[in-house]
Design a protein. Structure first.
Lengths: 319, 303
């Protein structure tokens, strides 16, 4: 059976050079930089959450958007980061900044345990195994003593930088902004690297990619692990901001929201993913009165996007 | 482990295992025919339990809470939810049949979330009691009491699965189903109405899941909107253990997983809170060492 011919973008052109992206991007950055000076605490709080989602969605976008792998347990890596950093600072008195590399290594190890066996198989298997992995991490966090059980971990140290302690919402807002910009920069450079091109190729046509000498298992594993590392760093900062974390912050629903952010704006494209992440962060605020209807609204949004606008709200014109 | 405990866990394992097997069968059939992981399958099981409960509470007014009520609930629920499966296939999956894999998977996930979200919105997240009156009569093997209800449940699931196996291996439609699962394009050229075969597959798979849902609801006495999530995951595990795409494999996998779970959680160091971790650990081990499952054919990945 002949599958429909899918066009592959001739080359991944630098997105930075295009005015339709640069101008809104600069405007958004300018607003983001001055926002806490004008906004009240509530708006700053929501904006901080939005930035957290930007980081997580950009990270998941590497897995889903670039490499075309469906990860349904992404919150698990977020949890690995948050708990690693939280346990090390709260129970062993580590300096916050030193916990970040440890969390990155932990996420890598978890990524290899889950990814190495499953990425050799059909991509569908990864979806369900990651779903199971997300549950396993949550169950482990709920049943171990060191993670504080169901009530969670408390007393996580606030980070200090050059003698300045991050305390208020505004401080964390800027910390997340820096992390988001850093993540976007990493995504941009990786997108145009040899590795990034390999991911795109694997996503569009696995067999052809293997034919020209790309090791598809390695390529997928790289994408999966890079996504894991980004989520774990976001988890570290999240734990420091909240000072208390519990297993209920890392449920399947959390993974779904992150995935929705990636799909909503447009998979595989940084501006679209940022837009989607912001929308997802605003969703609970908009739907505050909807109560038990909230998951249904999220679900209908996801299904409608897939059926009627599969390339997202801000799609890539090149493909 | 004493002999009594052994028998008790064997019984528990067989019952849970036959539920897993019923759900796994639908997973496996749909996967076999259109190579789609139907994420909504666990939620279809949950919907089946709810439809069964609604029918049961209406019918119960006339025929009481006994066997007749449960059988009515079972049949109506299987029919209604079977049709629901066909509707989901028609409106969510069929338009995506030629789309990239990732989009199909996300659509399936969306369908699952819509079913789950609807149930949450309608029930408000409450647990509903499924109050049956099936009696506690049964036989005693040493100190273990096995009720007739438990025996009937296992026998009914085995009968449903045997019927399914006979349908797939003996009838014309079953032959068409097998043909489509081997090569959809060639089947179409041979004059098989592929859309119809796929709809039929969804009907049968969903009906089996609904049957499992009603039986599980009646057996445990409670129905909840989130009951399908873990069930879907475990049924998938069962399907993988048995070999995905294979009907006898799904049955074997379901029963094995039920027994594994029952005996695994009674081992020292593995309390019941670790049961799910144990199950997913098994899934990952199988994917590493025997991804085709016990009875599956080896499938070469082709895009």
């Amino acid at each position: 059976m002949i599958d429909e011919v899918r066009t592959m973008p001739t080359a991944v052109q630098p997105q930075l050079m295009r005015w339709s992206v640069v101008l809104p991007g600069l405007a958004a950055l300018a607003v983001a930089l001055v926002l806490p000076q004008f906004a009240n605490a509530y708006v700053t709080e929501v904006a901080t959450t939005a930035l957290l989602y930007v980081v997580l969605c950009l990270g998941l976008n590497i897995v889903v958007g670039y490499a075309g792998l469906l990860d349904l347990g992404y919150a698990a890596f977020f949890a690995v980061g948050a708990y690693t950093s939280g346990i090390l600072t709260a129970e062993f008195g580590f300096n916050f900044w030193l916990t970040i590399p440890v969390a990155m290594v932990a996420a890598c190890v978890a990524g290899i345990i889950i990814g190495a066996p499953t990425l050799r198989l059909r991509s569908d298997y990864l979806a369900i195994v990651t779903l199971g992995f997300g549950e396993i991490v949550r169950i482990i966090a709920r049943n171990l003593d060191i993670t504080g059980g169901a009530s969670g971990l408390i007393g996580i140290e606030r980070p200090e930088i050059f003698g300045f302690k991050l305390m208020q919402v505004q401080h964390f807002y800027y910390a997340f902004l820096v992390l988001a910009l850093l993540t976007a920069f990493v995504c941009l450079s990786v997108e145009r690297s040899r590795m990034g091109r390999a991911w795109f190729y694997v996503r569009y046509d696995e067999d052809a990619a293997a034919g020209i000498g790309i090791n598809r298992v390695t390529a997928k594993l790289q994408a999966y692990m890079m996504g894991a590392v980004i989520a774990s760093v976001a988890g570290c900062l999240y734990a420091a901001k909240m000072t208390a974390i519990s297993p209920e912050s890392f449920t399947f629903n959390q993974s779904l929201l992150i995935l929705l952010g990636v799909v909503l704006g447009g998979m595989g494209r940084i501006p679209g993913v940022v837009l989607g992440a912001v929308l997802v962060a605003l969703l609970p605020e908009v739907l505050r009165g909807a109560g038990t209807y909230r998951p249904l609204v999220t679900a209908v949004a996801l299904l409608a996007i897939m059926l009627f606008r599969p390339n997202g709200l801000w799609p890539d014109k090149r493909v | 482990m004493t002999l009594d405990l052994l028998i008790q866990q064997l019984v528990n394992g067989l019952i849970v295992g036959s539920f897993y097997a019923l759900i796994a069968l639908g997973y496996s059939m749909v996967f076999g025919v259109i190579k789609l992981l139907n994420f909504a399958h666990g939620d279809i099981y949950m919907n089946g339990a709810f439809v069964g409960l609604i029918v049961f509470s209406f019918v119960g007014l006339w025929v009481g809470n006994g066997w007749l009520g449960v059988v009515c609930a079972l049949l109506v629920s299987m029919l209604a939810v079977g049709l629901l499966g066909v509707i989901i296939e028609r409106f969510a999956y069929r338009p995506m049949r030629n789309a990239p894999r990732l989009s199909i998977l996300i659509t399936a996930l969306g369908a699952s979330m819509v079913l789950n979200g609807t149930a949450l919105a309608l029930t408000g997240g409450r647990h509903y009691a499924f109050n049956t009156d099936l009696g506690f009569a049964g036989v005693d093997i040493s100190t273990v009491h096995i009720t007739y209800t438990q025996m009937v449940l296992v026998a009914a699931s085995i009968a449903l699965m045997a019927g399914m196996q006979a349908f797939v291996s003996r009838t014309m439609y079953g032959k068409a189903m097998r043909a489509v699962s081997i090569d959809m394009g060639a089947s179409r050229l041979m004059g098989i109405d592929v859309d119809r075969v796929i709809a039929l597959t969804f009907f049968m798979g969903s009906a089996l899941a609904a049957g499992g849902g009603v039986m599980a609801g009646a057996y445990y006495g409670s129905v909840h909107f989130f009951m399908g999530f873990i069930m879907g995951l475990k049924a998938f595990t069962a399907a993988v253990i048995g070999g995905i795409g294979s009907v006898p494999g799904a049955m074997l996998g379901g029963l094995l997983l039920g027994l594994l779970e029952a005996f695994g959680s009674s081992l020292p160091f593995v309390g019941s809170e670790w049961r799910d971790v144990f199950v997913f650990g098994t899934l990952i081990l199988f994917l590493v060492f025997k991804p085709t499952g016990l009875l599956g054919r080896s499938v070469v990945e082709r895009v």
